[in-house]
Ligand binder design. Sequence first.
Ligand code: UD1
Length: 428
Amino acid sequence: MDSIVITGGNPLCGEVRASGAKNAALPILASTILGGDCTVSNVPHVVDVRTMGRLLEILGASVKQEGDHVSINADRLLSTEAPYELVKTMRASVLVLGPLLARWGEATVSLPGGCAIGSRPVNLHLAGLAKLGAEISIEHGYIKAKAQKLRGTRIYCDAPTVTGTENLMMAACVAEGITVIENAAKEPEIVDLAEFLVKRGARIVGAGTDIITVEGVAALHGADHRIIPDRIEVGTYLIAGAITGGEVRVEGCRPDHLEAVLIKLRESGLDVAEDRDSVSVKAGRRPHGIDVRTCPYPGFPTDMQAQMVALMSVAQGTSVITETVFESRFIHVEELRRMGANIRVEGNRAVVTGRERLTGAPVMASDLRASAGLVLAGLAAEGVTEVSRVYHLDRGYERMEEKLRCLGAVIERKKTGMDGVGARKGTC
Ligand code: UD1
Protein backbone atom coordinates (compact mmCIF):
# COMPACT_ATOMS: atom_id res chain seq x y z
CA MET A 1 0.00 0.00 0.00
CA ASP A 2 1.44 3.36 -0.99
CA SER A 3 1.72 6.19 1.46
CA ILE A 4 2.34 9.90 1.05
CA VAL A 5 5.10 11.56 3.04
CA ILE A 6 4.81 15.29 3.64
CA THR A 7 7.24 17.65 5.31
CA GLY A 8 4.90 20.40 6.38
CA GLY A 9 5.20 24.06 7.23
CA ASN A 10 5.78 25.60 3.77
CA PRO A 11 3.28 28.25 2.65
CA LEU A 12 1.91 26.99 -0.68
CA CYS A 13 1.95 29.60 -3.42
CA GLY A 14 1.20 29.56 -7.13
CA GLU A 15 -1.30 28.31 -9.66
CA VAL A 16 -2.81 24.94 -10.31
CA ARG A 17 -5.27 23.75 -12.98
CA ALA A 18 -8.51 21.97 -12.05
CA SER A 19 -9.13 18.47 -13.40
CA GLY A 20 -12.46 17.21 -14.70
CA ALA A 21 -15.03 16.24 -12.07
CA LYS A 22 -14.91 12.56 -11.09
CA ASN A 23 -18.52 12.70 -9.91
CA ALA A 24 -19.64 14.00 -13.31
CA ALA A 25 -17.43 11.60 -15.29
CA LEU A 26 -18.87 8.50 -13.56
CA PRO A 27 -22.57 8.99 -14.45
CA ILE A 28 -21.68 10.38 -17.89
CA LEU A 29 -19.61 7.28 -18.69
CA ALA A 30 -22.36 5.01 -17.30
CA SER A 31 -24.92 6.80 -19.48
CA THR A 32 -23.10 5.72 -22.65
CA ILE A 33 -24.87 2.38 -22.12
CA LEU A 34 -27.93 4.18 -23.54
CA GLY A 35 -26.24 4.00 -26.94
CA GLY A 36 -24.38 5.79 -29.72
CA ASP A 37 -20.76 6.77 -30.34
CA CYS A 38 -19.77 9.03 -27.45
CA THR A 39 -16.57 10.96 -26.84
CA VAL A 40 -16.07 12.50 -23.45
CA SER A 41 -13.20 14.90 -22.74
CA ASN A 42 -11.65 16.41 -19.61
CA VAL A 43 -11.98 12.96 -18.04
CA PRO A 44 -9.76 12.82 -14.93
CA HIS A 45 -7.13 10.07 -14.62
CA VAL A 46 -8.32 8.66 -11.32
CA VAL A 47 -8.89 5.09 -10.20
CA ASP A 48 -12.71 5.39 -9.98
CA VAL A 49 -12.92 6.47 -13.61
CA ARG A 50 -10.69 3.53 -14.62
CA THR A 51 -12.99 1.25 -12.64
CA MET A 52 -16.04 2.58 -14.52
CA GLY A 53 -14.16 2.01 -17.81
CA ARG A 54 -13.41 -1.58 -16.80
CA LEU A 55 -17.02 -2.12 -15.82
CA LEU A 56 -18.23 -0.86 -19.21
CA GLU A 57 -15.74 -3.20 -20.92
CA ILE A 58 -16.96 -6.16 -18.84
CA LEU A 59 -20.47 -5.31 -20.04
CA GLY A 60 -19.15 -5.49 -23.62
CA ALA A 61 -18.66 -1.81 -24.51
CA SER A 62 -15.66 -0.62 -26.51
CA VAL A 63 -13.75 1.93 -24.42
CA LYS A 64 -10.75 3.83 -25.84
CA GLN A 65 -8.81 6.37 -23.86
CA GLU A 66 -6.40 8.91 -25.33
CA GLY A 67 -5.15 11.57 -22.94
CA ASP A 68 -8.19 13.03 -21.24
CA HIS A 69 -10.56 11.85 -24.04
CA VAL A 70 -12.54 8.64 -23.70
CA SER A 71 -14.48 7.22 -26.68
CA ILE A 72 -17.14 4.67 -25.91
CA ASN A 73 -19.59 2.63 -27.89
CA ALA A 74 -21.96 0.40 -25.95
CA ASP A 75 -24.25 -0.63 -28.79
CA ARG A 76 -23.26 -4.30 -28.49
CA LEU A 77 -23.51 -5.46 -24.91
CA LEU A 78 -22.30 -8.92 -23.82
CA SER A 79 -23.55 -8.86 -20.26
CA THR A 80 -25.95 -6.91 -18.06
CA GLU A 81 -24.21 -7.83 -14.80
CA ALA A 82 -22.01 -5.55 -12.65
CA PRO A 83 -19.99 -8.01 -10.57
CA TYR A 84 -19.27 -7.85 -6.84
CA GLU A 85 -15.49 -7.62 -7.45
CA LEU A 86 -15.92 -4.20 -9.07
CA VAL A 87 -18.88 -2.81 -7.13
CA LYS A 88 -17.12 -3.45 -3.81
CA THR A 89 -14.26 -1.18 -4.92
CA MET A 90 -16.60 1.60 -6.11
CA ARG A 91 -20.18 2.14 -4.95
CA ALA A 92 -20.87 4.43 -7.91
CA SER A 93 -20.89 1.25 -10.09
CA VAL A 94 -24.60 1.24 -9.20
CA LEU A 95 -24.93 3.99 -11.83
CA VAL A 96 -25.09 1.32 -14.56
CA LEU A 97 -28.36 0.00 -13.09
CA GLY A 98 -30.72 2.61 -14.60
CA PRO A 99 -29.24 2.68 -18.12
CA LEU A 100 -28.85 -1.13 -18.35
CA LEU A 101 -32.44 -1.69 -17.32
CA ALA A 102 -33.82 1.03 -19.60
CA ARG A 103 -31.92 -0.09 -22.69
CA TRP A 104 -31.70 -3.87 -22.31
CA GLY A 105 -34.71 -4.60 -20.10
CA GLU A 106 -32.64 -6.19 -17.35
CA ALA A 107 -29.76 -5.51 -15.01
CA THR A 108 -27.97 -7.43 -12.29
CA VAL A 109 -25.83 -5.24 -10.06
CA SER A 110 -24.05 -6.30 -6.90
CA LEU A 111 -25.75 -4.52 -3.98
CA PRO A 112 -23.24 -1.97 -2.60
CA GLY A 113 -22.46 -2.88 1.01
CA GLY A 114 -21.73 -0.69 4.04
CA CYS A 115 -19.16 2.03 3.78
CA ALA A 116 -16.75 3.93 6.04
CA ILE A 117 -18.89 7.08 6.10
CA GLY A 118 -22.35 5.61 6.73
CA SER A 119 -24.78 2.89 5.72
CA ARG A 120 -25.51 4.45 2.31
CA PRO A 121 -28.50 2.43 1.12
CA VAL A 122 -29.73 2.49 -2.50
CA ASN A 123 -33.39 2.03 -1.57
CA LEU A 124 -34.41 5.27 -3.30
CA HIS A 125 -32.78 4.18 -6.58
CA LEU A 126 -34.73 0.91 -6.36
CA ALA A 127 -38.04 2.49 -5.30
CA GLY A 128 -37.84 4.95 -8.21
CA LEU A 129 -37.07 2.22 -10.75
CA ALA A 130 -39.93 0.12 -9.34
CA LYS A 131 -42.26 3.11 -9.85
CA LEU A 132 -41.10 3.21 -13.47
CA GLY A 133 -42.38 -0.36 -13.73
CA ALA A 134 -39.31 -2.48 -12.98
CA GLU A 135 -39.56 -5.75 -11.10
CA ILE A 136 -36.80 -5.67 -8.50
CA SER A 137 -35.48 -8.33 -6.17
CA ILE A 138 -32.35 -8.87 -4.10
CA GLU A 139 -30.86 -12.31 -4.64
CA HIS A 140 -27.52 -13.62 -3.38
CA GLY A 141 -26.21 -10.10 -2.76
CA TYR A 142 -27.28 -8.83 -6.19
CA ILE A 143 -29.98 -6.36 -7.26
CA LYS A 144 -31.94 -8.00 -10.06
CA ALA A 145 -34.09 -5.62 -12.09
CA LYS A 146 -36.32 -6.46 -15.05
CA ALA A 147 -38.79 -4.53 -17.17
CA GLN A 148 -40.19 -5.13 -20.65
CA LYS A 149 -40.66 -1.38 -20.97
CA LEU A 150 -40.30 1.35 -18.37
CA ARG A 151 -43.23 3.76 -18.19
CA GLY A 152 -43.01 7.40 -17.16
CA THR A 153 -44.48 8.32 -13.79
CA ARG A 154 -44.18 10.74 -10.88
CA ILE A 155 -41.37 9.83 -8.46
CA TYR A 156 -40.91 11.59 -5.15
CA CYS A 157 -37.45 11.00 -3.60
CA ASP A 158 -37.58 10.93 0.21
CA ALA A 159 -34.07 12.43 0.23
CA PRO A 160 -32.26 14.29 -2.55
CA THR A 161 -29.90 11.51 -3.61
CA VAL A 162 -27.23 12.42 -6.18
CA THR A 163 -26.57 9.05 -7.84
CA GLY A 164 -30.22 8.08 -7.29
CA THR A 165 -31.41 11.13 -9.25
CA GLU A 166 -28.85 10.31 -11.96
CA ASN A 167 -29.97 6.67 -12.20
CA LEU A 168 -33.64 7.66 -12.48
CA MET A 169 -32.97 10.46 -14.98
CA MET A 170 -30.99 8.07 -17.22
CA ALA A 171 -33.67 5.37 -17.02
CA ALA A 172 -36.47 7.87 -17.75
CA CYS A 173 -34.78 9.07 -20.98
CA VAL A 174 -36.00 6.01 -22.90
CA ALA A 175 -39.10 5.19 -20.84
CA GLU A 176 -42.52 5.53 -22.43
CA GLY A 177 -44.12 8.88 -21.58
CA ILE A 178 -43.24 11.54 -19.04
CA THR A 179 -41.36 11.06 -15.77
CA VAL A 180 -41.29 13.73 -13.09
CA ILE A 181 -38.59 13.36 -10.40
CA GLU A 182 -39.52 15.42 -7.34
CA ASN A 183 -37.13 16.37 -4.53
CA ALA A 184 -34.35 15.63 -7.01
CA ALA A 185 -30.75 16.42 -6.07
CA LYS A 186 -29.47 19.66 -7.62
CA GLU A 187 -25.70 19.10 -7.84
CA PRO A 188 -23.83 20.57 -10.86
CA GLU A 189 -22.81 17.01 -11.82
CA ILE A 190 -26.49 16.21 -12.41
CA VAL A 191 -26.79 19.24 -14.70
CA ASP A 192 -23.68 18.10 -16.58
CA LEU A 193 -25.15 14.62 -17.07
CA ALA A 194 -28.46 16.13 -18.23
CA GLU A 195 -26.65 18.34 -20.76
CA PHE A 196 -24.86 15.29 -22.18
CA LEU A 197 -28.11 13.33 -22.40
CA VAL A 198 -29.91 16.25 -24.10
CA LYS A 199 -27.10 16.44 -26.71
CA ARG A 200 -27.88 12.80 -27.42
CA GLY A 201 -31.57 13.42 -28.05
CA ALA A 202 -33.02 13.15 -24.53
CA ARG A 203 -35.79 15.55 -23.47
CA ILE A 204 -35.00 16.79 -19.97
CA VAL A 205 -35.98 20.02 -18.27
CA GLY A 206 -35.35 21.17 -14.72
CA ALA A 207 -31.96 19.55 -14.02
CA GLY A 208 -30.35 21.66 -11.31
CA THR A 209 -33.73 22.27 -9.65
CA ASP A 210 -35.63 19.91 -7.37
CA ILE A 211 -38.14 18.94 -10.08
CA ILE A 212 -36.75 17.22 -13.16
CA THR A 213 -39.10 16.34 -16.02
CA VAL A 214 -38.05 13.79 -18.60
CA GLU A 215 -40.06 13.00 -21.71
CA GLY A 216 -39.04 9.57 -22.93
CA VAL A 217 -37.70 9.10 -26.48
CA ALA A 218 -37.26 5.86 -28.45
CA ALA A 219 -33.44 5.85 -28.31
CA LEU A 220 -30.43 8.09 -27.71
CA HIS A 221 -27.62 8.70 -30.17
CA GLY A 222 -23.96 9.54 -29.50
CA ALA A 223 -22.43 12.97 -28.81
CA ASP A 224 -19.21 14.67 -27.69
CA HIS A 225 -19.04 16.30 -24.30
CA ARG A 226 -16.53 18.07 -22.07
CA ILE A 227 -16.85 17.34 -18.36
CA ILE A 228 -17.16 20.20 -15.86
CA PRO A 229 -14.23 21.00 -13.52
CA ASP A 230 -14.06 19.19 -10.20
CA ARG A 231 -15.42 21.62 -7.59
CA ILE A 232 -14.24 19.43 -4.69
CA GLU A 233 -10.69 19.28 -6.04
CA VAL A 234 -10.76 23.08 -6.47
CA GLY A 235 -11.95 23.57 -2.89
CA THR A 236 -9.23 21.22 -1.65
CA TYR A 237 -6.44 23.26 -3.32
CA LEU A 238 -7.89 26.52 -2.03
CA ILE A 239 -7.73 25.11 1.49
CA ALA A 240 -4.16 23.94 0.81
CA GLY A 241 -3.29 27.61 0.28
CA ALA A 242 -5.33 28.76 3.26
CA ILE A 243 -4.08 26.18 5.76
CA THR A 244 -0.41 26.83 4.98
CA GLY A 245 -0.72 30.63 5.11
CA GLY A 246 -0.01 30.86 1.38
CA GLU A 247 -1.68 32.10 -1.79
CA VAL A 248 -3.15 29.67 -4.31
CA ARG A 249 -5.01 30.29 -7.54
CA VAL A 250 -6.98 27.51 -9.24
CA GLU A 251 -7.44 27.93 -12.99
CA GLY A 252 -10.01 26.33 -15.27
CA CYS A 253 -12.75 26.04 -12.67
CA ARG A 254 -16.36 27.14 -12.11
CA PRO A 255 -16.45 29.42 -9.04
CA ASP A 256 -20.27 29.46 -9.30
CA HIS A 257 -20.22 25.75 -8.35
CA LEU A 258 -18.36 26.58 -5.14
CA GLU A 259 -20.45 29.40 -3.72
CA ALA A 260 -21.01 27.89 -0.26
CA VAL A 261 -17.32 26.99 0.13
CA LEU A 262 -16.15 30.45 -0.96
CA ILE A 263 -18.63 32.14 1.40
CA LYS A 264 -17.28 30.10 4.31
CA LEU A 265 -13.63 30.75 3.40
CA ARG A 266 -14.38 34.49 3.29
CA GLU A 267 -16.27 34.28 6.59
CA SER A 268 -13.14 32.82 8.18
CA GLY A 269 -11.23 35.95 7.17
CA LEU A 270 -9.46 34.67 4.06
CA ASP A 271 -9.06 36.84 1.02
CA VAL A 272 -10.93 35.08 -1.81
CA ALA A 273 -11.03 36.45 -5.36
CA GLU A 274 -13.06 34.98 -8.22
CA ASP A 275 -12.98 35.38 -11.94
CA ARG A 276 -15.14 33.71 -14.58
CA ASP A 277 -12.99 30.58 -14.61
CA SER A 278 -10.52 30.92 -11.77
CA VAL A 279 -10.53 31.47 -8.05
CA SER A 280 -7.79 32.33 -5.61
CA VAL A 281 -7.30 32.44 -1.89
CA LYS A 282 -4.78 34.49 0.04
CA ALA A 283 -4.15 33.86 3.71
CA GLY A 284 -2.73 37.00 5.25
CA ARG A 285 -3.04 35.61 8.80
CA ARG A 286 -4.54 32.63 10.59
CA PRO A 287 -8.20 32.10 9.68
CA HIS A 288 -10.70 32.40 12.49
CA GLY A 289 -13.06 29.68 13.60
CA ILE A 290 -16.48 29.50 11.90
CA ASP A 291 -19.48 27.19 12.02
CA VAL A 292 -20.22 25.02 8.99
CA ARG A 293 -23.15 22.73 8.26
CA THR A 294 -22.98 20.26 5.37
CA CYS A 295 -26.08 20.10 3.16
CA PRO A 296 -27.08 18.93 -0.29
CA TYR A 297 -26.17 21.39 -3.07
CA PRO A 298 -26.20 24.39 -3.06
CA GLY A 299 -25.28 23.96 0.62
CA PHE A 300 -21.77 23.32 1.91
CA PRO A 301 -20.68 19.97 0.38
CA THR A 302 -20.13 17.00 2.67
CA ASP A 303 -17.21 16.14 0.36
CA MET A 304 -15.44 19.29 1.67
CA GLN A 305 -16.14 18.62 5.35
CA ALA A 306 -12.89 16.80 6.20
CA GLN A 307 -10.83 19.51 4.50
CA MET A 308 -12.73 22.20 6.45
CA VAL A 309 -12.18 20.35 9.75
CA ALA A 310 -8.44 20.32 8.94
CA LEU A 311 -8.48 24.07 8.26
CA MET A 312 -10.42 24.82 11.45
CA SER A 313 -7.84 22.78 13.41
CA VAL A 314 -5.37 25.62 12.89
CA ALA A 315 -7.88 28.49 13.05
CA GLN A 316 -8.16 31.04 15.84
CA GLY A 317 -11.04 30.17 18.15
CA THR A 318 -13.67 27.45 18.14
CA SER A 319 -15.69 26.09 15.24
CA VAL A 320 -18.63 23.74 15.07
CA ILE A 321 -18.81 21.58 11.97
CA THR A 322 -22.14 19.77 11.61
CA GLU A 323 -22.45 16.80 9.25
CA THR A 324 -26.03 16.30 8.07
CA VAL A 325 -25.57 14.16 4.95
CA PHE A 326 -23.73 11.05 6.17
CA GLU A 327 -24.00 9.52 9.60
CA SER A 328 -20.40 8.63 10.45
CA ARG A 329 -18.22 10.94 8.48
CA PHE A 330 -15.78 11.99 11.21
CA ILE A 331 -13.29 9.12 11.05
CA HIS A 332 -10.53 11.58 10.09
CA VAL A 333 -10.97 13.33 13.46
CA GLU A 334 -9.13 10.58 15.39
CA GLU A 335 -6.22 10.85 12.96
CA LEU A 336 -6.16 14.66 13.15
CA ARG A 337 -5.99 14.34 16.94
CA ARG A 338 -2.79 12.31 16.47
CA MET A 339 -1.40 15.47 14.86
CA GLY A 340 -2.32 17.54 17.90
CA ALA A 341 -5.72 18.82 16.73
CA ASN A 342 -8.18 19.66 19.49
CA ILE A 343 -11.49 18.21 18.27
CA ARG A 344 -14.43 16.81 20.19
CA VAL A 345 -17.12 14.87 18.37
CA GLU A 346 -20.65 15.18 19.77
CA GLY A 347 -23.08 13.18 17.66
CA ASN A 348 -23.03 14.69 14.20
CA ARG A 349 -21.01 17.74 15.29
CA ALA A 350 -17.27 18.23 15.52
CA VAL A 351 -16.27 20.98 17.92
CA VAL A 352 -12.83 22.17 16.83
CA THR A 353 -10.67 24.44 18.97
CA GLY A 354 -7.93 25.74 16.72
CA ARG A 355 -4.24 25.29 17.56
CA GLU A 356 -1.47 27.52 16.34
CA ARG A 357 0.38 24.49 14.94
CA LEU A 358 -0.24 20.81 14.28
CA THR A 359 2.63 18.37 14.51
CA GLY A 360 3.44 15.76 11.85
CA ALA A 361 2.56 12.14 12.64
CA PRO A 362 1.87 8.84 10.88
CA VAL A 363 -1.87 8.79 10.07
CA MET A 364 -4.18 6.49 8.18
CA ALA A 365 -6.68 7.44 5.47
CA SER A 366 -10.15 5.91 5.77
CA ASP A 367 -11.98 7.30 2.75
CA LEU A 368 -11.42 9.59 -0.18
CA ARG A 369 -12.15 13.00 1.32
CA ALA A 370 -10.78 12.08 4.77
CA SER A 371 -7.47 11.38 3.01
CA ALA A 372 -7.54 14.87 1.51
CA GLY A 373 -8.15 16.36 4.97
CA LEU A 374 -5.12 14.49 6.35
CA VAL A 375 -2.88 15.60 3.48
CA LEU A 376 -3.95 19.22 4.11
CA ALA A 377 -3.22 18.89 7.82
CA GLY A 378 0.18 17.40 6.95
CA LEU A 379 0.99 20.37 4.70
CA ALA A 380 0.37 22.72 7.63
CA ALA A 381 1.98 20.61 10.36
CA GLU A 382 5.46 20.98 11.77
CA GLY A 383 7.65 18.04 10.75
CA VAL A 384 6.85 14.88 8.83
CA THR A 385 3.41 13.35 8.28
CA GLU A 386 3.01 9.98 6.60
CA VAL A 387 -0.51 9.34 5.28
CA SER A 388 -0.98 5.63 4.67
CA ARG A 389 -3.64 3.87 2.57
CA VAL A 390 -3.57 6.62 -0.04
CA TYR A 391 -5.34 4.37 -2.52
CA HIS A 392 -8.42 6.17 -1.21
CA LEU A 393 -6.93 9.44 -2.48
CA ASP A 394 -6.05 7.94 -5.85
CA ARG A 395 -9.73 7.15 -6.39
CA GLY A 396 -10.60 10.81 -6.80
CA TYR A 397 -7.60 13.17 -7.04
CA GLU A 398 -5.62 13.39 -10.27
CA ARG A 399 -1.83 13.80 -9.81
CA MET A 400 -2.29 15.30 -6.37
CA GLU A 401 1.35 15.13 -5.24
CA GLU A 402 2.52 16.66 -8.52
CA LYS A 403 0.02 19.52 -8.27
CA LEU A 404 0.94 20.20 -4.63
CA ARG A 405 4.67 20.07 -5.46
CA CYS A 406 4.08 22.75 -8.12
CA LEU A 407 2.72 24.92 -5.31
CA GLY A 408 5.87 24.36 -3.25
CA ALA A 409 4.86 21.40 -1.08
CA VAL A 410 7.49 18.92 0.06
CA ILE A 411 5.58 15.76 -0.66
CA GLU A 412 6.43 12.36 -2.07
CA ARG A 413 4.87 8.99 -2.57
CA LYS A 414 6.39 6.02 -0.77
CA LYS A 415 5.76 2.75 -2.58
CA THR A 416 5.37 0.01 -0.03
CA GLY A 417 4.34 -2.94 -2.17
CA MET A 418 1.22 -4.27 -3.77
CA ASP A 419 -2.31 -3.99 -2.58
CA GLY A 420 -4.69 -5.72 -4.98
CA VAL A 421 -7.63 -3.59 -6.06
CA GLY A 422 -9.86 -6.45 -5.01
CA ALA A 423 -8.80 -6.02 -1.39
CA ARG A 424 -9.76 -2.36 -1.32
CA LYS A 425 -13.05 -1.04 -0.22
CA GLY A 426 -14.38 2.10 -1.85
CA THR A 427 -16.51 4.82 -0.37
CA CYS A 428 -17.72 7.98 -2.06
C1 UD1 B 1 -22.76 11.29 -4.13
C2 UD1 B 1 -21.30 11.55 -4.40
C3 UD1 B 1 -20.51 11.63 -3.09
C4 UD1 B 1 -21.15 12.67 -2.17
C5 UD1 B 1 -22.64 12.43 -2.01
C6 UD1 B 1 -23.33 13.54 -1.26
C7 UD1 B 1 -20.96 10.49 -6.55
C8 UD1 B 1 -20.37 9.38 -7.33
N1 UD1 B 1 -20.78 10.47 -5.23
O1 UD1 B 1 -22.86 10.04 -3.46
O2 UD1 B 1 -19.18 12.01 -3.41
O3 UD1 B 1 -20.52 12.60 -0.91
O4 UD1 B 1 -23.28 12.33 -3.30
O5 UD1 B 1 -23.10 14.76 -1.86
O6 UD1 B 1 -21.57 11.39 -7.09
N2 UD1 B 1 -29.73 7.88 0.66
C9 UD1 B 1 -30.72 7.02 1.05
N3 UD1 B 1 -31.20 6.13 0.14
C10 UD1 B 1 -30.75 6.08 -1.15
C11 UD1 B 1 -29.73 6.97 -1.55
C12 UD1 B 1 -29.23 7.87 -0.61
O7 UD1 B 1 -31.15 7.03 2.19
O8 UD1 B 1 -31.23 5.26 -1.93
C13 UD1 B 1 -29.16 8.84 1.63
C14 UD1 B 1 -27.69 8.55 1.94
O9 UD1 B 1 -27.53 7.59 2.93
C15 UD1 B 1 -27.20 9.93 2.36
C16 UD1 B 1 -28.01 10.86 1.48
O10 UD1 B 1 -29.15 10.11 1.03
O11 UD1 B 1 -27.51 10.16 3.70
C17 UD1 B 1 -27.29 11.42 0.28
O12 UD1 B 1 -26.64 10.37 -0.41
P1 UD1 B 1 -26.45 10.40 -1.98
O13 UD1 B 1 -26.73 11.75 -2.51
O14 UD1 B 1 -27.22 9.28 -2.58
O15 UD1 B 1 -24.91 10.07 -2.13
P2 UD1 B 1 -24.28 9.31 -3.35
O16 UD1 B 1 -25.07 9.58 -4.57
O17 UD1 B 1 -23.98 7.91 -2.98
